[in-house]
Design a protein around this ligand. Structure first.
Ligand code: SF4
Length: 418
């Protein structure tokens, strides 16, 4: 493995302008610097360099959409293959775990008696907690599940990211001295007002995991599920010998389709309104899904779900793509009269996710889509409360969520130091 990684690192040009880092990586990891340390076989130093900007190396190294982020901006990629940045990041993260390297602390004395509560232990919450704790702040994470990791744990199937890697990464973060209170859910057994009394600041990062609906006939039938809820709560029915339609084109659609196929479904069909090139899911995940026998019907749309009490079939319509004035990408338009019926036992909606309705009770300003509004410091309309990750309507990637957590930690630290 080390020789392979050495070979990969030697392919990096160590560019001075480093677009991989400045333009491609949402966390601005210093990619040429950590790769240089790999070339020198100084893996400990490579880990230190990466840890300056991220605490999720083994995870981001594996599941980030590298082609759209760092590797998509790599100079090597202009004429040939880009540098395998993701693989190297995962290697360094794994090295840190195997060799028990700790995330470096840089404690600020006067922060030692300050307290911050982080609500939600997913990528944004964990990152914010870590970047505060390494400066000496007393951080407590309030997590609604009995485990940390959030969507990393339940939203990404084991075949893409093993639970062991998440657990090891979380353990390293907690080693910074972070306290965790499990099974604590805002709106249920946890009150924002109580946290406000107890802590200097609060960071909200409990995500947005309620599947969006299409608003079509038949969506209320038994056998129609939300993709996010299925992945989170694992309430799968018995798919043996069944036909399952998955509606959507993002990673959740692909993840849920592959999970259902593994659970014994006979036919799994992903329905996507646009063309393959426009699919937001990672190209590799799409290829793997196709290899596993999952069909993807591009430029099709669901019009109606039919059945008496439960799903019996789905009415679909073909779409064409047209350029609408003022829109950057091609828009799908239904082709009149191209409707057809496909038998189905289950339909899974994986069109995106929104926040839980209870955010309306938090007394914070929300935007028109019910995301929490924040300023450039990630501060909400209540100056004591910050928010980040999917709760503020990000782009849904782990690296972006982590960046919002790190930036919020920096802002909170600034205010604590005043
Ligand atoms: Fe290396 Fe590519 Fe980044 Fe240049 S752009 S430093 S070749 S990873």
């Amino acid at each position: 493995m080390n020789e392979e990684i050495q070979e990969k690192s030697n392919y990096c040009l160590n560019c001075k302008i480093k677009p991989c880092s400045n333009k491609g990586c949402p966390l601005n990891n210093d990619i040429p610097a950590f790769i240089k340390k790999i070339k020198e076989q100084n893996y400990e130093e490579a880990y230190k360099i990466l840890s300056k900007t991220t605490v999720l190396q083994p995870i981001c190294g594996r599941i980030c959409p590298h082609k759209k982020q760092c590797q998509g901006s790599c100079v090597r990629g202009i004429k040939g293959k880009p540098v395998s940045i993701g693989e190297m990041e995962a290697f360094v993260g794994d090295y840190g775990i195997k060799n028990n390297l700790q995330i470096e602390k840089n404690v600020v004395e006067r922060l030692l008696d300050r307290k911050v509560a982080v609500v939600g232990g997913g990528p944004a919450g964990l990152t914010c907690a870590a970047f505060l704790a390494r400066r000496g702040v007393n951080v407590t994470i309030y997590e609604r599940n009995s485990f940390l990791g959030g969507l990393l744990m339940y939203g990404i199937p084991d075949f893409r990211l093993s639970k062991k890697i998440i657990e090891d990464t979380v353990e390293k973060i907690l080693n910074l001295g972070i306290d965790v209170k499990y099974n604590q859910e805002l709106g249920k057994n946890l009150r924002l007002e109580s946290l406000e009394k107890e802590y200097d600041y609060i960071y909200l990062a409990f995500g947005a995991n309620v599947s969006t609906k299409m608003g079509i006939d038949g969506e209320q039938l038994a056998g129609v599920f939300g993709g996010n809820e299925l992945l989170e709560k694992s309430g799968h029915p018995d798919y043996t010998g069944k036909t399952v339609i998955v509606n959507g084109g993002g990673n959740v659609a692909i993840d849920v389709a592959r999970t259902v196929k593994r659970k014994g479904a006979k036919d799994v069909i992903i329905v996507y309104r646009r063309a393959k090139e426009q699919m937001p899911a990672e190209e590799k995940e799409v290829e793997d899904a196709e290899k596993e026998g999952i069909k993807i019907w591009f430029q099709n749309n669901i019009v109606k779900i039919n059945g008496l009490e439960k799903v019996e079939n789905v009415e679909l319509i073909k779409t064409k793509l047209i350029q609408k004035e003022g829109e950057l990408r091609l828009s799908p338009v239904n082709i009149e009269g191209s409707n057809f019926i496909q038998n189905a036992d289950y339909v899974i909606m994986a069109l995106g996710a929104k926040t839980d309705k209870f955010v309306e009770n938090l007394n914070l300003n929300l935007d028109s889509k019910n995301y929490i509004c924040v300023n450039e410091k990630f501060q909400t309309s209540n100056p004591k409360i910050y928010a980040g990750g999917d709760l503020i309507g990000g782009n849904g990637t782990v690296a972006w969520a982590a960046r919002s957590g790190r930036d919020a930690a920096e802002s909170i630290k600034e205010f604590l130091e005043k």
